[in-house]
Design a protein around this ligand. Structure first.
Ligand code: HEM
Ligand code: SF4
Ligand code: SF4
Length: 509
C-alpha cells in the first residue's frame, strides 16, 4: 500500500518500540504513558536537581579542606533534610540521564529527528554532553575517593588537550597543593552547566508549538515518591575522604556518568577525545544522513484567507506566521508558511474553514473527491452498512490496506482515506462522507499522547468535542462517528473496533 498512498509503514525496530509502548499503555492509561513524556520528565528531573542543588550549596564549603567535611556533615547530622536533598540530587541526576537517553532513542527510532526537527536534535546532542559534564563535576565536589578517581581520570583527559598547557594532575600530587581556587572552578563549571542547560532547552523547544514541558501530575507524584523512597532506602553517601598520598581504592562506580573512563585502560586520552569528537559529530549530522524525500510544504491560497489565525494556532512546528495583508483584501492579516519548518502534516488544512491552505500533493479538494469516489464505490459494491475510515498514516490503517484502492483485506463494506496526520481531518470531510450516503465514519487516530506531529490527535478530539474551532457540526448524528486511538502495532484492535462500530450501526433502526 505504501507505493500507492506514499505513506510508509513503521519499520521493524519502530514496531518493536511501539509494542513496548503499547504494553505500558495497557498498564497505565495511554495519555499517562511516561514514554510519551520523556522530554517533560527530563525537565522535571532538572527542576528537582535545581531546587535540591540550591539547598546543598547553602552548606557547601568551597575549599580543598572543607568540601568533604561539609558534605559529610550535611549527610549525617541533617540526614532527614540535607541527606534527603543530597540523595534526591543524586538520583534525579541519574533519572535525568536515563530519561534523556530514552527520549533521544525514541526520537531516533520513530524517525522524529529529520528535516524540520534538526534544531531539536542537534541541540539535544549538545544537551546530552552538558548533562554529562555537569554530573562529572558534581561528583568532584564531594571530594571523596570516588571524586579523586574521577578527578585523576578527567585531569588526564583535560591535560591531553594541547591548549591546556598546565599539568592539572600536579594538583593531585599532594593534598597541600590542592588549591581552593580549583574548587571554585569546579563549582563554577558545575553551576554553569545548569545555567547552560536551561538556555539549550529553550533552543531545543523554540520551534515546537506549546511544547509539553510538564509531565502529567500522576507521573510527577510517582517520580517524587520513588525518589524519596530511594533516598531513604539507599541514601547517597560519600566514600572515604580523598587521600592523595594513597593509591585509589576500589570505589563505587556510577556507570551513567563514568562510562567513558574505563576506555582509558585501553586507549590514550587523545584517542578517547578523538572518539568522543567523532561520535558527537556523527550524532550531530544524523538528521542529514540517509535523507528521505521531503513532502512539499503547505501553500496558502491568499484569495480565500481571512487571516483568522486558526492555522497558526494549530501548527505544531511554528511554521505559519501571520503578516500584514499583501493583496489589498480588507482583512488585516494573512497566513504565510515558513517552508523550511513545515512538516507537511496537514494539520493547518484541518484547522482552516475557508479552503485557504492546502498540501500541494494532497489538497482538501482531492481528499473530498476521494471520499466521493469511495462512497459511490461502496454504494455500488457493498451490502449492508457502509463505512468510510479516516486513518492516520502513522496508525495501523495504512499497514492494513490492500490493493491501493482504499480497501481493507476482507472488509468489502469499508474504504480507507489515509491522511498524513489525523489532525488534517477537516470537519467538513466528515460531513462530506456522511452526505454521500455512507452509514458511518470511523476515525483511526494514532495513540493518544503519541501524535507523530505532536498535536494532530489532540486538536481533532477537541474539534469533535466542540471545544476547538472548526468544530464538527452539532447537527451530525454522533452515533455515526467513532474515533479510536491506536498505534501502528494495533492492527487487530483496528479491525475489531471497526467491525464493532459497524455492528452498532446495524443495530440502529
Ligand atoms: C535534558 C535533556 C532533554 C530535555 C529536557 C528535552 C526536552 C524536550 C521537550 C520538552 C521536547 C518537546 C516535546 C513535545 O512537546 O513534543 C523535546 C523534543 C525533542 N527532543 Fe528533546 N530533550 C532532551 C534531550 C534530547 C536529546 C539528547 C535529544 C537527541 C539527541 C533530543 C531530541 C529531541 C527531538 C528530535 C525533539 C523533537 C520531537 C518532535 O518534534 O516530535 N532531546 N525535547
Ligand atoms: S486558517 Fe485559513 S483563513 Fe485562517 S489564517 Fe489560516 S489559511 Fe487563512
Ligand atoms: S502542514 Fe503542518 S507544519 Fe506545515 S504549516 Fe501546516 S500545520 Fe504547520
Amino acid at each position: 500500500m505504501g507505493e500507492k498512498t506514499g505513506f510508509r509503514g513503521a519499520g521493524l525496530a519502530e514496531r518493536a518500540w511501539l509494542a513496548i509502548e503499547r504494553l505500558l499503555s495497557g498498564v497505565v492509561e495511554s495519555e499517562y504513558n511516561p514514554l510519551y513524556y520523556l522530554g517533560a520528565i527530563s525537565i522535571f528531573f532538572l527542576w528537582i536537581i535545581l531546587v535540591t542543588g540550591v539547598y546543598l550549596f547553602l552548606f557547601y564549603d568551597i575549599s580543598a579542606r572543607g568540601a568533604y567535611a561539609s558534605v559529610q556533615s550535611l549527610t549525617i547530622t541533617q540526614w532527614y533534610l540535607g541527606g534527603v536533598m543530597r540523595s534526591l540530587h543524586r538520583y534525579a541526576s541519574d533519572g535525568l540521564i536515563i530519561t534523556m537517553l530514552l527520549h533521544a532513542f525514541r526520537c531516533f527510532i520513530t524517525g522524529r529527528y529529520r528535516h524540520w526537527r534538526w534544531l531539536a536534535w542537534v541541540s539535544g546532542v549538545a544537551i546530552a554532553w552538558v548533562v554529562w559534564i555537569g554530573g562529572i563535576f558534581g561528583y568532584w565536589m564531594v571530594w571523596d575517593e570516588r571524586a579523586k578517581l574521577i578527578a585523576t581520570l578527567s585531569a588526564r583527559m583535560i591535560e591531553s588537550i594541547p591548549i591546556f598547557g598546565l599539568p592539572l594532575s600536579l594538583n593531585f600530587a599532594r593534598v597541600e597543593s590542592l588549591t581552593d581556587q580549583l574548587f571554585y572552578i569546579i563549582l563554577f563549571i558545575h553551576f554553569s552547566t545548569a545555567f547552560l542547560l536551561f538556555i539549550l532547552i529553550l533552543v531545543h523547544i523554540v520551534r515546537v508549538t506549546r511544547a509539553v514541558i510538564n509531565p502529567p501530575r500522576v507521573a510527577a507524584y510517582g517520580i517524587i515518591i520513588a525518589l524519596l523512597a530511594l533516598s531513604f532506602i539507599k541514601p547517597a553517601l560519600s566514600g572515604a575522604p580523598a587521600d592523595l598520598k594513597r593509591l585509589s581504592e576500589a570505589v563505587p562506580f556510577d556507570w551513567l556518568f563514568m562510562f567513558i573512563f574505563p576506555f582509558l585502560n585501553w586507549v590514550s586520552a587523545r584517542s578517547l577525545w578523538g572518539f568522543i569528537v567523532a561520535t558527537t559529530l556523527i550524532l550531530a549530522v544524523v538528521p542529514w544522513l540517509g535523507r528521505r524525500n521531503r513532502k512539499p510544504p503547505a501553500k496558502v491560497a491568499l484569495e480565500n484567507c481571512t487571516g483568522c489565525e486558526l492555522c497558526m494556532e494549530d501548527c505544531p512546528y511554528q511554521a505559519i506566521m501571520m503578516r500584514p495583508r499583501t493583496d489589498g483584501l480588507s482583512y488585516p492579516l494573512e497566513a504565510a508558511v515558513v517552508d523550511k519548518r513545515c512538516a507537511s502534516c496537514g494539520i493547518c488544512v484541518g484547522a482552516c474553514d475557508y479552503k485557504a491552505i492546502d498540501l500541494p500533493d494532497m489538497t482538501e479538494g482531492t481528499v473530498k473527491a476521494e471520499i466521493a469516489r469511495l462512497a459511490s464505490e461502496l454504494k455500488e459494491k457493498a451490502e449492508g452498512r457502509r463505512v468510510v475510515v479516516f486513518a492516520c498514516a502513522k496508525g495501523p490503517g495504512p499497514g492494513l490496506l490492500s490493493g491501493g484502492n482504499g480497501t481493507i483485506n476482507g472488509l468489502d463494506w469499508a474504504r480507507v482515506v489515509a491522511l498524513p496526520c489525523i489532525g488534517m481531518l477537516q470537519p467538513s470531510m466528515i460531513s462530506s462522507a456522511l452526505d454521500k450516503g455512507v452509514d458511518g465514519v470511523f476515525i483511526a487516530s494514532c495513540a493518544q499522547g503519541d501524535c507523530h506531529y505532536r498535536k494532530g490527535a489532540d486538536w481533532l478530539s477537541a474539534r469533535l468535542a466542540g471545544f476547538r474551532p472548526p468544530v464538527v457540526k452539532k447537527s451530525l448524528d454522533r452515533s455515526r462517528i467513532r474515533i479510536e486511538y491506536l498505534s501502528a502495532v494495533e492492527g487487530d484492535a483496528f479491525i475489531k473496533g471497526l467491525t464493532a462500530f459497524r455492528e452498532g450501526l446495524k443495530a440502529r433502526s
